[in-house]
Ligand binder design. Structure first.
Ligand code: MG
Length: 387
């Protein structure tokens, strides 16, 4: 029986993971659940999955939840904040942590989980972008596995399972292109509602905006480089609007391996939870005759400057990707709150990167300091009006 803690259980990945777990009661059980502020969903999950501990972001929410547990005769530990996340991931009986928490807040808890020797199913790409090499070397040192949950990375993982890195010629990362890859009007007039309408995937808000700017693909290219130890210039992005081929690996002998399925996150989530086994799932079988055609296009780096910024930051290395990631988080949040235009997202990211003084010390403390600096810098840019 695998015992698991889920960070971000009220989000899109967390909910789908719990749906999978509810059908695998003999194989996986839930020990810990953490949400940000969605206490209502957490309460229903507590009733259904009976974890031994939970955590919420806010201290007052935690106090109210304790009272609710008491009045419902539920005996569990209730924690709050970053400390709460750390408690959940370091519980002795936990075997695996599903890091499905959005944004850079996940970093500290992921590091704590690795040090406590828990395997990580990682859906939090931001932490790999921020401190990828640090996380990967810490994982090797502690002898734990980092299993990708992102659909593209799960595809790459399945395509290169067991093969030597030196045999990989390149990774071909597919992108749906988001809602705007064919859009010919002025990008600065794109509204929040337009950007939230993703053609093939149903996901959380932050990642949906990242998919519209293609920053998501930039973050994923860095994530792939970190996870598979392949340099950025060997990672090629291809627009594939049907989202059937989830990514490919080209080998030195010229053969290309691909992983295909209907776009459904339950496949990569389940595989990360059950690796190396494959279990039956409820995903609709792929019918290629019905799909009819699979198209592939070159992405336009001028139309989507976030892609260019991601490659630039990754090549600069050290603390650059962390700064880019945090600036993007702040900018996306401001766009969702209608404080800035769609095209300002890339501008804020670029300005923050360019003002950054690189630090070559890559320990956890450096990344946390850089996070604070970039967050404040990007916020100031937004308050003063982006030019
Ligand atoms: Mg993805």
């Amino acid at each position: 029986m695998k015992k698991i803690t889920i960070l971000g259980s009220s989000g899109s990945i967390g909910i789908q993971a719990l749906d999978i777990i509810s059908k695998m009661k003999n194989d996986i059980c839930v020990e810990g659940l953490a949400v940000g502020s969605n206490v209502k969903i957490l309460k229903s999950q507590i009733k259904k999955f009976k974890p031994s501990a939970v955590s919420v972001n806010d201290h007052n929410d935690a106090e109210n939840l304790k009272k609710w547990c008491k009045s419902n005769n539920i005996k569990i530990d209730v924690y709050s904040g970053v400390l709460g996340l750390k408690k959940l991931v370091t519980m002795q009986k936990v075997d695996m942590v599903l890091a499905a928490i959005v944004g850079s807040i996940g970093l500290q808890s992921i590091v704590a989980a690795i040090v406590a020797k828990k395997d990580i199913a990682i859906a939090n790409k931001e932490s790999l972008v921020m401190a990828g090499n640090y996380i990967m070397s810490l994982a090797i040192k502690n002898g734990i596995s980092i299993l990708p949950v992102d659909s593209e990375h799960s595809a790459i993982f399945q395509c290169c399972d067991g093969r030597k890195r030196s045999q990989i010629k390149k990774i071909i990362l597919t992108a749906s292109g988001g809602p705007f890859y064919k859009y010919s009007k002025n990008f600065s007039n794109i509204t929040v509602d337009q950007a939230l309408e993703h053609p093939t995937w149903k996901m959380g808000k932050k990642i949906t905006i990242d998919s519209a700017t293609l920053m998501n693909k930039g973050l994923e290219a860095i994530e792939a480089s970190v996870l598979f130890g392949v340099p950025m210039d060997k990672i090629e992005i291809v627009i594939h609007p049907q989202s059937i081929v989830h990514s490919m690996v080209e080998y030195v002998d010229g053969s290309v391996m691909a992983q295909l399925s209907n776009p459904d996150m339950r496949i990569p989530i389940q595989y990360a939870l059950t690796y190396p086994e494959k279990f039956a799932s409820k995903v609709k079988p792929l019918n290629l005759v019905n799909v009819g055609k699979l198209e592939f296009y070159k992405p336009n780096f001028n139309k989507f400057p976030c892609l260019r910024l991601a490659y630039y930051s990754a090549k600069k290395g050290y603390t650059y990707p962390a700064v880019m990631n945090v600036a993007n988080e702040v900018a996306v949040d401001a766009f969702l709150k209608k404080k800035i235009k769609f095209t300002d997202i890339a501008k804020i990211v670029e300005k923050t990167i360019k003002s950054h003084k690189v630090s070559k010390k890559t320990v956890l403390g450096t990344f946390l300091k850089i996070d604070c600096w970039a967050r404040q810098y990007a916020k100031n840019l937004i308050e003063n009006g982006v030019k």
